[in-house]
Structure formats: structure tokens, C-alpha cells
Design a protein around this ligand. Structure first.
Ligand SMILES: Nc1ncnc2c1ncn2[C@@H]1O[C@H](COP(=O)(O)OP(=O)(O)O)[C@@H](O)[C@H]1O
Ligand SMILES: [Mg+2]
Length: 385
């Protein structure tokens, strides 16, 4: 267990992104932990969840990602039995739990507000769920010590929650949730109350801890970066339905809808008209795109991410757009240009490296040539989906 903190502190954010996004994850098993079938939930006439189907595998880290009010918490609470579904089934480890009360379900939960007991010491907070389980005093102490080491707070046993920082309190809440070794860890926006630096640090710690323990985890978040860096798979939700389920890379590289495309990452949407199964017209110019199923003449959006637009020298590639730089945003690691396309009434955001900015002498008012690589040109319908 001593190794855990060391592993927890080591990986850089970049390494974590790499791990989750681009390598098949061998820690996730083929066995199903949780099966959600046709789950719906209404509050009066309002449909908060509409026929949700979702399978979660043992050892997986799954994020529910979507805008505020899309039903993430409602779905998490249904899994916990805190908000009974209106219809549908939930099966955990082969056993139907749809109608079991929370205390008969096998999960630990952490909320946004740490919700620690202010009048109990850290040790007593962590031991809370272990009481009345017939452990000896010694066994209880040993388990609490083990958990304190796991979250890197050994020595703080006798402190009270108010004496800890927000990040430390949330680690205690995590230890409390894990104390009984639940089969499922549920996290509802556990990082959103913390400031930016603590948040980034703690998401690495939670991710490393989850991998070490192998506990199947579902985390609710509205923060795309959090989901991209932490999840094995992301469930993108909108208005009570699932828009897409996929690995971070699938969701980012191959968004299935315009909603997913713009909610996860940045995306330019350009009005266009279909002219073949692999091309659209942007004004008078033809652009080759990813294959799509829209009929000829249909108005669509050509979608391309700012970092996929290529800055070229004049006359270098086909399908060039002539544009003028009208805004430059400095974003630390890269620059985001807003470009006015000369031949059409459109603007394009373009992310470029500093070296490219220097090479192309980028400045306000500069005329540039932009290429839209076919492999990055996605086609979506114009009415949102
Ligand atoms: N107890 C409730 N009574 C009525 N409406 C609710 C209740 N709980 C949630 N809702 C509504 O259901 C929708 C989804 O809520 P929630 O699951 O909390 O969203 P999220 O966690 O994605 O922000 C929201 O429109 C919310 O107002
Ligand atoms: Mg919520």
C-alpha cells in the first residue's frame, strides 16, 4: 500500500491522458459489473432520463459527461437507489437491484460537498461505515490506518474536518466511501468545489487510486477535460438521453453528433451543401470530407477542430481557403487564431504552435492560406444532431 502514494504522485497529466486515451486498458475485465436496461425517470411531467441502456464492466472508470441538468446525477442516484427509477432495470454483478433500498446495495459514494461529519475526527469519519460490521477494535484501527496511508493523510487521524483543506477533506470522503471495499464507487462532481490546481492534482490521485484498487467507478462531471483525462469510457448525455458512449479518443476524434462535437473540445461548424457521399460545397469550393450518408444538395455543417486546420504557404495544397487573421488569442502552449474567410461569410478558429506563428509571420491583419484535410472534415446535419 505504501507504493500507492508514490504511484499517485508520479504520473504527469500528459502521461495520464496518454494512458487513458490511447492505450487499450488491460485492467478492465470482460465481466459486467452493472447493467442498466431501459431506465427512465420522470419528475411529474418532466422526463429527466429517457430509456437509458448502459453496460459497465468490472474495473472500469466511466464518466457521465454532459451539461448541467442533463440527468447525470439522477442516473447516478438511480444506481445508488437514492432516486428510484420510474421504469427500467438495474442489475449489479448478475443480481437485480432495481428495487433494493440504498443500504442493501453495494456502493460507496462521494458528493461534491465533502459531507464529512464535522463533529467526528478524520479517523472516525473514515470508520463510520465499518462500525456495526463486527470488526474488532484492532481490525478497525488497522483498516483506518491503511486507508489514511492510501490517501496520503497518515498522521491526521485525530484532526477534525475543519482543520483540513478542501482537497484533503475530499480525500477523506473518498477513503470513507472505500472503507467497506464496495463493488462500485460513485462520484458526483467530486472535484468541482476545489480550485483549479488542487483539482488537477486530485484527479490524478483519484485515477491512480482507482487503478490500484481496481474498483469499478462511475464519476459524474460537466468538465470535459476531467472526463477525457480520467475515464476509460465516457458516456456523453444531453436532455436525459445518451448521445454517445466511447473511449476519450473515440468521443473526441469521432463524435457521433454535433452536440458531442461541440461539447467535447472545440469545433468549427461551417455551413455547406452536400455534393457527393464524400464531399461538400463550401460556397463555390468543393471539399473532400469523411464519408457521410446525407443526400445531395442537403444543407449541412462541415465540422473541423481548430487544431486540425492546416496553415499552408500560398499554392501549396488543394482546397485552400484564403483568410485574414482578425484575432489572436495566446493560450500558453499554443495560439488560437480567428480567421475571416475572404470568399465566404465565415470565420474559422485555427490553433497553431508558436513555431508556426513565427514561420508564417502571424500578426493581426495577416493574409493566410488554410487547408482543411479531408480526414478531419466531418459532416453533421444543421439542426443540432
Ligand atoms: N427531485 C427533483 N424534482 C424535480 N426535478 C428534478 C429533481 N431532481 C432533478 N430534477 C430535474 O431533472 C433534471 C436533471 O437533473 P440532474 O440529474 O440533477 O442533472 P445534472 O446532474 O446532469 O446536472 C434537471 O432538469 C433537474 O431540474
Ligand atoms: Mg449533477
Amino acid at each position: 500500500m505504501g507504493d500507492v502514494m508514490r504511484t499517485m504522485q508520479q504520473p504527469s497529466l500528459a502521461a495520464l491522458v496518454g494512458q487513458t486515451a490511447f492505450m487499450p486498458d488491460s485492467d478492465v475485465s470482460e465481466s459486467i459489473c452493472l447493467e442498466i436496461e431501459g431506465l427512465s425517470k420522470s419528475f411529474g411531467a418532466f422526463v429527466a432520463l429517457n430509456t437509458i441502456d448502459l453496460t459497465i464492466y468490472e474495473g472500469e472508470f466511466v464518466c457521465f459527461l454532459g451539461p448541467s441538468g442533463c440527468g447525470k446525477t439522477t442516473l447516478l442516484r438511480a444506481i445508488a437507489g437514492l432516486e428510484p427509477q420510474s421504469s427500467g432495470r438495474i442489475v449489479q454483478m448478475g443480481k437485480e437491484i432495481s428495487h433494493l433500498p440504498p443500504q442493501q446495495r453495494d456502493f460507496g459514494i462521494v458528493f461534491q460537498s465533502y459531507a464529512l461529519f464535522p463533529n467526528l475526527t478524520i479517523a472516525d469519519n473514515i470508520a463510520y461505515g465499518l462500525r456495526n460490521q463486527g470488526h474488532s477494535r484492532q481490525a478497525l484501527q488497522a483498516r483506518v490506518h491503511e486507508l489514511m496511508c492510501l490517501i496520503g493523510l497518515e498522521g491526521s487521524e485525530k484532526k477534525y474536518p475543519a482543520q483540513l483543506s478542501g482537497g484533503q477533506q475530499q480525500r477523506v470522503a473518498l477513503a470513507r466511501a472505500l472503507a467497506t471495499k464496495p463493488g462500485l464507487l460513485l462520484l458526483d462532481e467530486p472535484l468541482s468545489a476545489l480550485d483549479a490546481q488542487v483539482r488537477v492534482h486530485l484527479r490524478q490521485q483519484i485515477k491512480a487510486l482507482q487503478k490500484t484498487l481496481g474498483v469499478t467507478t462511475v464519476m459524474v462531471t460537466h468538465d470535459q477535460e476531467e472526463a477525457l483525462t480520467m475515464a476509460d469510457r465516457i458516456v456523453v448525455m444531453n436532455h436525459g438521453v445518451i448521445e454517445q458512449i466511447g473511449t476519450p479518443e473515440e468521443v473526441y476524434r469521432h463524435p457521433k453528433s454535433a452536440f458531442v462535437a461541440q461539447f467535447v473540445g472545440n469545433m468549427n461548424f461551417l455551413s455547406a451543401e452536400v455534393c457527393s457521399p464524400t464531399a461538400v460545397m463550401l460556397g463555390a469550393q468543393r471539399y473532400t470530407t469523411q464519408p457521410h450518408a446525407f443526400e445531395n444538395k442537403r444543407p449541412v455543417h462541415l465540422a473541423i477542430r481548430p487544431e486540425e486546420v492546416v496553415l499552408t504557404s500560398s499554392g501549396q495544397a488543394d482546397s485552400q481557403l484564403e483568410a485574414r487573421v482578425i484575432h489572436i488569442e495566446y493560450l500558453g502552449a499554443f495560439l488560437r487564431l480567428t480567421c475571416d474567410v475572404t470568399s465566404a461569410d465565415i470565420q474559422l478558429r485555427v490553433d497553431i504552435q508558436h513555431a508556426d506563428a513565427v514561420q508564417h509571420q502571424i500578426q493581426l491583419g495577416k493574409d493566410v492560406h488554410l487547408a482543411l484535410p479531408a480526414a478531419s472534415c466531418r459532416v453533421f446535419r444543421q439542426d443540432g444532431n
